[in-house]
Write a protein that binds this ligand. Sequence first.
Ligand code: NDP
Length: 275
Amino acid sequence: MSMHYTETKQLANGVHMPRFGLGVYKMTDSKQTVEAIRYALEQGYRAVDTAAIYENETETGEAIRASGISRNELFITSKVWNTDQGYDQTLRAFETSLKKLGLDYLDLYLTHWPVSETYVDTYRAIERLYEEKLIRVPGVSNHHIHHLEKISVTANIAPMVNQVELHPLLTQVPLREYCSEHEIAVTSWSPLAKGQLLDNPVLTEIGKHHEKTAAQVIIRWHLQNDLIVIPKSVTPERILENSQIGDFTLTAEEMKIIDELNRNERTGTDPDKIG
Ligand code: NDP
């Protein structure tokens, strides 16, 4: 029996998004990228998170086709890069991404970062793609509460996903509460803090009780917090390990201990410093 985690989260429009998927940032070697994504799909992964700037949409498309899995079983996300933002530019960037992926629709399309002059218009274009049924879910990434509020002034359809940096060192509680109140699902990027937390003694100790690794404990913490999680790995054993998180549950006390690791510490850029 596959131990792969197959739960989904129902989004504001009823679409079911896999709670767990593969991030593909920094997968740059073409052959290795296709192999890693293909392997993940073979192991039961159904969601892939790419972006125009990752320069691996072509490889993502190739791996999808090679997997033989039908399109409607997959959940594919991409993002419009900062220099392509604005209304018309976003529509064009979307077309390029779709072509590279070799697909005729995306499940989720995101504004990658809230570039201050353009992010409102970028989201208007994403709304249009949704209305035209070229994407199943409209969303954003790296949006603080104030960005979401600004969008809500003009949007007819609110974003349904916000993908942000989130891990035990940066738990983003106020943003999570805001998103929950507004039916915006939160996806955690760099969910493993880019690997920084994997020898953390608190996490390895909790792992020992469950016969799990620190990475599995962290992924489970995201899921039990109602977050969507997209760890990246090109290493087959880790791709498999990260998906084997359906067979244990962290206690309320363990969840609290992990919450207390929070330092409000980013590994990436603060969205307010973009543009
Ligand atoms: P992650 O937190 O997922 O960490 C990835 C690193 O951890 C890699 O070095 C990987 O190594 C290593 N790793 C993964 N699993 C394990 C394991 N079980 N044991 C030990 N090491 C492990 O970082 P990312 O920054 O890649 O974030 C995940 C995804 O989030 C990205 O791929 C991307 O899709 C998305 N993202 C989105 C951003 C945005 O602005 N919207 C920004 C950044 C990321 P290896 O691959 O060598 O196995």
